[in-house]
Write a protein that binds this ligand. Structure first.
Ligand code: FEO
Length: 397
């Protein structure tokens, strides 16, 4: 397999995973890529590796431009195994003189790989000579792991950003200008919503500090999706927008149903939001994946949740999505809850605790229905939607 030239000195030597559909609970309908990069200076340097199973693909791409044994340096920007899984095999085959990672990278790589090789720790501001060019490092703690790090190839002006600015998007076209925005934009947004959203405050501080460092890379090369060469500022600006989480007149109604009662209630909640002038998405957990719900939540200001009762608990699919969304820590949400029950309304009422745990301002009482909702209950659902819509309108004024 062939390497792909990015600049005179930088090649893509990664792998394309066309078939992956579940990335630790995130649905990857368009697959993904594991990008690794080869810097062909006087001290050839490999930046990141790939998922273990893709080691042969990476090595064959490397071998298309250089004898792998000539690589002198390996840099690990991130220890998660989609980038470090092939590191032990690569080190054994290449026998590099030096391997670099962050302080937390050393701890995390050690705890995951139990390596039999030495690694050197670098921190923000450290620079290494790669023979004719210099690589400097910027730690990117919690973007999205404690060990995350950027590497910057100074003369070539290429910034290797690991997970940041990437997307799960398998493509044979390596560059932004070769890929259609209508296809990738949702995937970029989904990636932010599911992976980066909890760290949005850090994103804003990090973007600010990178700007103050005077970094203005010509190329941004993340470890998933494609390489930004035409307009790297595009994804940087999208990150600034997503991280800000500015309120928008949009809400989502997330629910599941057992015999159709909660479904009927959801329809009336949605109608209330619509009548209030709020853009709304009705998301049944029967047909929605948690990671797509998270994506819809990214630009929403309202979250209304609904569940029936099963064995004195909320419905399992709702427990799943609520646990998932809670971890994403979306800010500035208002919302409410509804649901149906047979003889125990307790689990539906417990949805208030879920809202509270997610820091969501509950703007109206929970609407409950014993078995099938009557007209009065359906009107209460509509009022719930209207109340949330009104609150959102106040917030975006
Ligand atoms: Fe693509 Fe955090 O690994």
């Amino acid at each position: 397999m062939q390497a792909v030239k990015i600049t005179d000195k930088v090649y893509w030597v990664g792998a394309i995973d066309w078939n992956i559909r579940d990335f630790h609970g995130y649905s990857t309908k368009r697959g993904t890529t594991y990008n690794a990069f080869l810097v062909l200076t006087d001290k050839p340097t490999l930046i990141d590796t790939v998922k273990k199973e893709f080691y042969p693909e990476m090595m064959s791409r490397i071998a298309s431009v250089i004898d792998p044994k000539k690589i002198e340096i390996i840099i690990s920007n991130h220890s998660e195994m989609d980038h470090s899984g092939a590191l032990p095999q690569a080190v054994a085959a290449i026998q590099p003189k030096e391997i670099y990672c962050s302080d937390m990278g050393l701890k995390d790589l050690t705890a995951q790989l139990y390596p039999d090789f030495e690694m050197k720790v670098v921190k923000t501001g450290d620079r290494i000579d790669v023979g004719g060019d210099t690589i400097s490092f910027v730690e990117a703690r919690m973007l999205h792991w404690p060990d995350s790090m950027f590497s910057y190839l100074e003369k070539e002006n290429v910034l290797f950003t690991n997970d940041v600015f990437g997307m799960h998007y398998a493509t044979s076209k390596l560059f932004d200008d070769e890929n259609e925005e209508r296809l990738w934009l949702y995937e970029a947004e989904k990636y932010y919503a599911n992976i980066v959203l909890p760290y949005s405050d850090i994103v804003l501080r990090f973007l600010d500090s990178v700007q103050k460092m005077g970094l203005s890379p010509k190329i941004i090369a993340p470890d998933h999706g494609f390489v930004w060469r035409k307009d790297p500022s595009k994804i940087v600006n999208l990150y600034a927008k997503w991280a800000a989480q500015a309120p928008k007149n949009k809400a989502i109604v997330v629910y599941d149903t057992m015999w159709g009662s909660t479904q009927k209630m959801a329809e009336y909640v949605v109608e209330g939001l619509r009548l209030g002038g709020t853009e709304v998405k009705q998301l049944s957990m029967h047909s929605s994946h948690r990671s797509d719900v998270a994506t819809e939540l990214l630009d929403s200001s309202g979250l209304i949740i609904g569940s029936p009762v099963l064995n004195s608990e909320i419905f399992p699919a709702m427990a799943d999505v609520l646990c998932y969304l809670k971890g994403l820590k979306k800010k500035y949400l208002v919302g409410g809850a509804f649901g149906s029950y047979g003889w125990n309304p307790g689990p539906v009422n417990s949805l208030a605790d879920c809202l509270k745990a997610m820091n969501i301002e509950q703007v109206a009482p929970i609407v409950t229905s014993k078995f099938v909702p009557d007209e009065k209950t359906l009107q209460a659902c509509k009022e719930l939607g209207l109340a949330v819509s009104k609150k959102i309108a106040e917030k975006i004024k």
